[in-house]
Design a protein around this ligand. Structure first.
Ligand SMILES: [Ca+2]
Ligand SMILES: [Ca+2]
Length: 395
């Protein structure tokens, strides 16, 4: 007996593998080995379904096990239950293929597979528009049609190169590696490209501590907003008075005057605070931004700060005492606004242009440290560097 199970608590955060499996050789009375993570099966933590389609020990020519479940990797029980897909194992569950057939690209929850006739698969599943459950849908298709529609479901990864590692980013929308000077950067098309950090690791929570987020960006947009990074949450439009912990750095070309704004913003349970630079820097050149919360104020250091030619510093008072990160599961979006909860799947605000060297630190860096980062130094505040995406290659 092969068992493939949902893995929820305590692994919802700090772990991007949300399925566990093992076997039993005595009909399920005992398990032959402890449950281990299922490699290659990207999913949110959601009930799934297995179907033993063919089996040599039943006289078939080959072994094939089907699995149905959302293919979107992530910790959020509502946002990441999407892209219901059917994937296959041809070795009785030892390994799973990363290609599969998408049954529905929208929000989809629990599902159940059945063999309708000898060559026809049926799948019954939960779905709705703004949440993944509420309605039941049924689809059926031949195994031939299912296989003809297979696509790669595993998103490419950009590796976290910080000393802590582990906070890799998923690449959405087919974003490509471009260049910044002699190095590499990510190119976002402004249509559907963005990145998500879904590790939900404890060291990515900024809590009520000081923090700094830094990035290179390059764009030419005259309309916006264009998010560089947006951590954690979005307000629920049905609950406008509920504060949602989050921070963001967003270019707002056209916001006021011809040069627009670059805005650093935090929201805590205590309220909202923001600091703005007097330009969206939409000149097609690479610019460096550091946004930080430091004792009593918010700071934006652009292009290394005022000690460098062309650099600038912008500050605003900040007296919020609440946490800027949630206590539960979260994701960090790069190049997009999260647009969740209670909104249709997808994102509306997308960055178009280049991003590079995105870093998050659990402290307020000094101006000298920000200049070092701009100069390309890697080991700045290494013990409190919790994320560093250099966009060198896809994994
Ligand atoms: Ca795209
Ligand atoms: Ca780079």
């Amino acid at each position: 007996m092969y068992v493939n199970a949902r893995s929820s608590e305590p692994d919802r955060c700090g772990n991007t593998r949300h399925r566990l499996h093992t076997t039993s050789t005595d009909g399920g009375a005992t398990f032959a080995a402890p449950f281990t993570h299922v490699d290659g099966l990207d999913t949110s933590h959601t009930y799934g379904s297995l179907l033993r389609l063919t089996a040599k020990d039943r006289g078939d020519a080959d072994n094939r096990l089907l699995y149905s479940g959302p293919a979107r990797l992530g910790p959020n029980p509502l946002e990441d239950r999407r892209e219901l897909a059917i994937r296959s194992s041809v070795d009785e569950g030892r390994t799973w293929q990363t290609v599969g057939t998408v049954v529905s690209a929208g929000r989809t929850g629990y599902s159940d597979l059945a063999l309708v006739t000898k060559d026809r698969i049926g799948v019954l599943y939960e779905t709705a528009d703004k949440i993944p459950h509420g309605n039941l849908a049924f689809k059926s298709f031949t195994t031939g049609a299912m296989d003809a529609a297979r696509t790669e479901l595993r998103r490419p990864r950009i590796l976290d190169e910080s000393p802590a590692k582990g906070n890799d980013a998923l690449v959405e929308g087919g974003a490509v590696i471009g260049s910044r000077g002699s190095g590499k950067a990510i190119e976002l098309d402004g249509q559907d490209d963005y990145l998500r950090v879904v590790s939900c690791a404890e060291n990515l929570r900024v809590k009520n501590d000081d923090f700094t987020v830094t990035a290179w960006f390059r764009h030419t947009d005259v309309t916006g907003p264009r998010p560089v990074i947006w951590a954690y949450g979005m307000p629920d439009p049905t609950k406008p008075n509920v504060r949602v912990p989050q921070f963001s750095v967003v270019a707002e070309p056209g916001a006021t005057g011809s040069k627009g704004l670059l805005k650093g913003r935090i929201e805590t349970t205590d309220g909202i605070a923001e600091v703005t630079a007097d330009s969206a820097y939409a000149d097609g050149k690479w610019h460096h931004v550091a946004f930080q919360r430091t004792a009593g104020k918010l700071v934006l250091l652009v292009d290394g700060g005022p000690q460098l030619p062309g650099g600038a510093e912008f500050t605003a008072p900040h007296a919020l005492v609440g946490h800027a990160s949630p206590t539960g599961q979260f994701t960090i979006h790069i190049g997009a606004r999260p647009d969740f909860p209670n909104q249709s799947a997808g994102v509306n605000q997308l960055f178009r242009g280049g991003l590079d060297d995105v870093r998050l630190f659990g402290k307020a860096l000094t101006e000298a440290q920000v200049r070092d980062i701009k100069a390309g130094t890697l080991d700045v505040a290494g013990d409190l560097q919790h994320l560093r995406l250099g966009f060198t290659e896809f994994k």
